[in-house]
Design a protein around this ligand. Structure first.
Ligand code: ZN
Length: 186
C-alpha cells in the first residue's frame, strides 16, 4: 500500500478539535476489501469525524457510512447493505502501547477495555484500518436478500421433499460463517 487514504496530522490539531469529512472512494473500498466477500456498490461512502488533541493522544469521534454488496447467505444473489458505524477511538503514540508483549496478546487486548485505543506514530493518525474494519464489522454475519429468502432453487429433478430446510442456515456452515466474520489474520 502506498499513500494512506484517511490521515490526520497532529500539527493540524489543538484541544478544540477539527472536523473532517471524507468520501470513501469506491476504488479505495475495492482495494481495502479485496480479501473479503464484500464489494463496494459503486457509490461512495462517507467518513465524518471530529479529531482533537489530548496531550500527545488524539481523540477521534465520528461516523462511517457506506453501502457494500455481499452475497445472500441463502441464494447467493447480491445484497446491498448500508453499513453505519459510530466510532470513538483514542490514538496514542506507538511507544506507549508497546508495553504489551508482541504475540497473541495483541489479539486479546482488542477484546478488553482498551478496545478503542489504537497506536499511531506520534505525527500522523491513519484511519484506513479503522475504516476498513468498521465496514466489515458492520456487515451482518448472515446477510440475506430478504428475511424470507427461499434459498437456492433445487436442481431440476430434485423433489421438493428432499430439499433441506431452507429457513435456517445449514449448521455445518456455522463455523465457516463465524470464521468469515473475523478479521483475516494470516
Ligand atoms: Zn437470498
Amino acid at each position: 500500500m502506498s499513500a494512506h487514504e484517511f490521515t490526520i496530522k497532529t500539527t493540524e490539531l489543538d484541544a478544540g478539535g477539527k472536523d473532517y469529512s471524507h468520501a470513501i472512494r469506491v476504488a479505495w473500498m475495492r482495494g481495502a476489501l479485496e480479501d473479503h466477500e464484500a464489494n463496494p456498490t459503486g457509490t461512495e461512502g462517507r467518513v465524518a469525524f471530529r479529531a482533537s488533541k489530548s496531550g500527545h493522544d488524539v481523540v477521534v469521534h465520528g461516523t462511517i457510512d457506506a453501502a457494500l454488496r455481499v452475497p445472500c447467505a441463502r441464494c447467493l444473489e447480491d445484497v446491498d447493505i448500508d453499513v453505519h458505524a459510530d466510532v470513538s477511538v483514542l490514538y496514542v503514540p506507538g511507544s506507549k502501547v508497546k508495553d504489551t508483549p508482541k504475540d497473541a496478546e495483541v489479539e486479546y487486548t482488542l477484546e478488553d477495555a482498551e478496545a478503542d485505543t489504537l497506536p499511531y506514530d506520534g505525527e500522523t493518525v491513519v484511519l484506513d484500518d479503522l475504516v476498513r474494519d468498521e465496514l466489515l464489522l458492520g456487515l451482518p454475519m448472515i446477510p440475506l436478500c430478504s428475511d424470507d429468502c427461499p434459498g437456492m432453487s433445487p436442481a431440476p429433478g430434485v423433489g421438493a421433499m428432499s430439499a433441506p430446510e431452507t429457513r435456517d442456515i445449514d449448521p455445518r456452515l456455522a463455523p465457516l460463517l463465524a470464521f468469515q466474520g473475523k478479521t483475516t489474520k494470516i
